[in-house]
Design a protein around this ligand. Structure first.
Ligand code: MGD
Ligand code: MGD
Ligand code: SF4
Ligand code: MO
Length: 821
């Protein structure tokens, strides 16, 4: 944008541009057609002087600065900080855009609007801290930055010299996810320049679906579905399958808005499939089906039985685009009886017909509901089945995910407007430039969930048994761990008590450094704690993430000076690089702000339509769109499967996966638990602590899941008084289960199994199915003198046992008992 145009915007009065903007947005809101080639609209009029980073006369405010909430909630919201005398006195939301489907305001949720409480929280880590008592005891002394960085550099050098680079690990942490600079903070670049570190693959969000998609659709990542914007425009049915956008996508820029738009379309039926009557079920659903957690593959098989029996499935689509639905479309060399149809109709190896009655027994959904949902789905003109990541975050969650994908194929919805792939709702991935981390010279990777095993018994881990990649086995355990922007050590990984025990043994992992801005339970496990700033105290550029067909970029300007003795991670890395003799290679002469400017210059070089850094400082948010219009996933494949085959062995959707068939022959499960199997078809399998075991387990008869919760993003924001009052941590329990135990609403209860015990109030409600509890995940872990977690972290109850294919985190699978405290 030329300078004159910026001047123009800055001098316009607020009213005029808004009116012209509304006209424009009405056109764009009309749907795909309006988003033709070249329809890149970035500058939304309505950007008045109140947004600019300049003095505001008469308001008592020195300046208003654009920044953002960058937690990993999958949205990203702009925030405008009003600053007076170097202090943020007020947090304002986005004021660009309107209520148009593709021009929507990116309104921050209740969490972001309370950002001041996080920035000025008493839990802020104020100075570098060195451990003085035993690990985990929480005894620290304040040290200077010089001492702290010396200690870090010495330990790093010692560990590399003694054990090699493969013993260095940067743990998963999503607290600054997807900020172009903050995500890495500089750490990966630093380690890469020093010879590299043990990598990880996958993520806690969707490890299982991520990995199996490669086998099912041939895609390297989860296969997204059509966008909600497309559903609003073109579907007559939208299925939210273990998908809760009203709570997990709460930004006004994200799918809370677009799914609500779907709800306003009277010709669109919305079905929610979730053991809980989630906020999305409450707000959006015409119909709610409640399967037991971990039973989705059985539900799909029961529905498939209805479709096949009544000839409702799309045979033409399955013939042309899929492998393995029926016996006529199997790869060579596979014995008869291994097609999905054979599995469903009882003609496969197990000989069991997957009737609705069979499915009802496993899922708890009635036969009638299964049949009528199957018919409705098959008869819909265009249905978008969108699965969230709840169904796959289970023991053998891989099969759950693939089963839901399969339903999209059986109903012929893949690749058409209004349809979908069975994956999560589609979006336009941001195209802006990142901070350059460089390449990791170490190619060995563990699953992101495998780090406690790699600490405890690294050299025992192998490729075929534990999913080590890049090597047949690990040679050394993790000896040096950096936890940056994550609360894995005592909150977000499974089985907190066991995790803490593994970490307490200083002969295993010899050095732990936590870099955070709040004093979390994980920080308490560190040998060295380094106080980071918050985003408000540094420069960054923040892209949107899962925000449907409207992508955007936000300016995060440094609003205030670093509080206390904190420092942006990048500056910590510079200090360490100095000590390791690589300062120049690391910085290339750039400060943090200069890197932020560099990233935007890189973006503008590739996309001249984007605003420059200084333009973005004024306008705050830049929206942009996929030039191809609304997301219709796999449209190319649908239109011409020969010209655009999938990257599976057959080039087709593999309902029977050749890759998994082969994998099942070679992968090793020396001490298998039920469910540790790899099947070429998306079969239901009875797993450890799953819905079937729950029925016979007298000691721990209740399944517990931990839904993602509006009061926090994981553990972040979990220490804010206002949010705790608005959204108290309570365990959801069905009225019948509560009655049977003499529990009434608000009673303190203890939820426990052999791994741990938590104490929290009960939320007695018919909004969760009998036999199932939900403890919203991410509460701050806090042990009392008896070893009871009175913070109520669900991971006190979950198990460290990886899923069979992705070696991912089955953190919605656990059995427990509950009693009145
Ligand atoms: N039982 C169960 N467990 C789960 C899940 C589940 O569904 N059930 N979900 C899993 C999923 S999907 C995920 S993504 C993970 C998330 O797990 P984590 O990535 O550990 O997420 P948070 O708990 O939010 O921790 C983020 C940390 O970053 C810190 N932070 C925030 N801003 C900054 C900053 O600017 N600098 C630094 N240095 N630190 C900062 C926060 O204070 C917080 O301590 O949890 C997983 N755990
Ligand atoms: N407010 C808020 N928003 C968030 C987050 C947060 O912590 N708080 N975390 C963010 C992150 S990092 C991620 S990865 C996403 C997570 O997004 P998801 O993984 O989709 O969220 P979950 O709450 O784990 O699961 C979604 C729904 O699935 C249901 N469910 C659980 N098990 C099953 C099952 O076996 N079958 C079926 N059909 N349903 C099941 C749960 O009750 C829940 O309502 O959310 C993101 N958004
Ligand atoms: S938590 Fe998510 S929805 Fe809420 S303000 Fe932050 S980025 Fe936006
Ligand atoms: Mo996640």
């Amino acid at each position: 944008m030329p300078d004159a145009a910026i001047d123009d915007l800055l001098t316009q009065d607020g009213g005029t541009p808004r009116r012209s903007f509304l006209k424009w947005s009405a056109a764009v809101g009309g749907g795909a057609a309006a988003l033709g080639a070249g329809a890149y609209f970035g500058v939304l009029p309505g950007i008045g002087p109140e947004n600019a980073a300049h003095a505001e006369s008469g308001s008592g405010i020195d300046r208003t600065v654009w920044s953002a909430c960058v937690v990993n909630c999958g949205s990203r919201c702009p925030l405008r900080y009003q600053v007076k005398d170097g202090t943020i006195v007020r947090v304002l939301p986005d004021n660009t855009g309107d209520d148009g489907l593709l021009t929507r305001q990116i309104r921050a949720c209740v969490r972001g609007r309370n950002m001041r409480q996080r920035i000025y929280n008493p839990d802020r880590i104020k100075t570098p801290l060195k451990r003085v008592g035993p690990r985990g005891s929480g005894q620290y002394e304040a040290i200077s930055w010089d001492e702290a960085l010396d200690l870090f550099a010495d330990k790093l050098k010692h560990t590399i010299d003694t054990y090699g680079n493969e013993s260095i690990y940067k743990n998963y942490g999503s607290g600054v996810w997807n900020a172009h600079l903050g995500t890495s903070g500089g750490w990966e670049r630093l380690f890469n320049l020093l010879g590299g570190f043990l990598g990880y693959y996958g993520n806690y969000s969707y490890a299982q679906i991520l990995t199996v998609t490669q086998y099912h659709y041939g895609a390297p990542d989860e296969q997204i579905s059509n966008s909600f914007e497309d559903s609003v425009t073109n579907s007559d049915m939208l299925v939210l399958w273990g998908n809760n956008p009203q709570e997990t996508r709460m930004s006004g820029g994200g799918n809370t808005f677009t799914s609500a738009a779907a709800m306003k379309n009277n010709n669109l039926k919305i079905v929610v499939v979730d053991p809980r009557h989630s906020d999305s079920a409450a707000v959006l659903a015409d119909e709610w089906l409640a399967p037991r957690p971990g039973s989705d593959a059985a539900l799909v098989a029961g529905m498939a039985h209805v479709m096949i029996s009544e000839n409702l499935h799309d045979q033409a689509f399955l013939d042309k685009y899929c492998q393995g639905f029926d016996e006529a479309h199997m790869p060579e060399g596979v014995p008869a009886g291994h097609s999905y149809m054979s599995y469903v109709m009882g003609l496969g190896p197990d000989g069991i017909e997957k009737t609705p009655a069979w499915a009802a027994q496993i899922t708890g959904v009635t036969e009638r509901q299964i049949a009528s949902f199957a018919r409705d789905l098959a008869n819909a003109r265009a249905a978008n089945i969108t699965q969230g990541w709840g169904p796959q975050r289970h023991a053998n969650g891989e099969n759950q995910a693939r089963a839901i994908y399969t339903l999209a194929a059986m109903t012929g919805n893949v690749g058409i407007p209004g349809g979908g792939t069975g994956g999560r709702e589609g979006y336009y991935w941001p195209i802006t430039s990142w901070f350059p981390d460089g390449e990791n010279p170490v190619k060995t990777q563990i699953s992101m969930f495998g780090w406690t095993d790699a600490v405890e018994r690294g050299p025992e881990l192998t490729a075929l048994k534990d999913g080590i990649r890049g090597k047949d086995k690990l040679d050394v355990g993790i000896k040096f761990m950096l936890q940056y922007g994550g609360n894995m050590l005592s909150s977000q990984h499974a089985d907190i008590n066991r995790t803490r025990k593994i970490l307490t043994d200083e002969s295993l992992c010899e050095f732990i450094c936590v870099v955070d801005n709040q004093m979390t339970a994980s920080a308490n496990m560190a040998d060295l704690i380094l106080p980071d700033t918050t985003t408000a105290e540094r420069w960054d550029l923040v892209p949107s993430e899962y925000t449907g067909d409207m992508a955007y970029l936000i300016m995060a300007e440094k609003a205030i000076e670093p509080l206390f003795d904190s420092k942006p991670a990048y500056e910590m890395c510079v200090g360490i690089a100095q000590r390791m003799g690589i300062e120049q290679e690391f910085t290339e002469g750039r400060t943090l702000e200069e890197w932020a400017r560099w990233m935007q210059a890189e973006t503008v070089r590739e996309h001249p339509e984007f605003p420059t850094f200084d333009e973005l400082r004024v306008q705050g948010v830049y929206r942009y769109y996929n030039p191809e219009g609304l997301t219709v996933a796999l449209k190319d494949f649908r239109d011409d499967p020969d010209a655009n085959p999938l990257a599976t062995p057959s080039g087709k959707i593999e309902i029977f996966s050749t890759g998994l068939w082969e994998m099942a022959k070679t992968w090793e499960f020396p001490d298998p638990l039920p469910g540790d199997v790899i099947t070429a078809l998306p079969e239901h399998v009875d797993t450890w602590e799953g819905p079937v075991e729950a029925r016979t387990n007298k000691e721990f008869p209740l399944q517990v899941i931990g839904h993602h919760f509006k009061g926090r993003v994981h553990s972040t924001y979990g220490n804010l008084t206002l949010l705790k009052e608005a959204h108290p941590q309570m365990v959801w329990i069905n009225t019948m289960d509560a009655d049977a135990r003499g529990i009434v609403e608000g009673d303190l209860v203890e939820v426990f199994n052999n791994r741990g015990r938590i104490r929290i109030p009960a939320r007695v409600t018919p909004r969760i199915m009998p036999g199932v509890l939900s403890v919203p995940q991410g509460a701050w872990f806090k042990l009392d003198a008896d070893g009871v977690d009175i913070g109520g972290a669900v991971n006190t109850l979950t198990k460290i046992h990886p899923t069979p294919i992705s070696k991912g985190n089955p953190q919605h699978t656990a059995l427990v008992q509950v009693v009145k405290a």
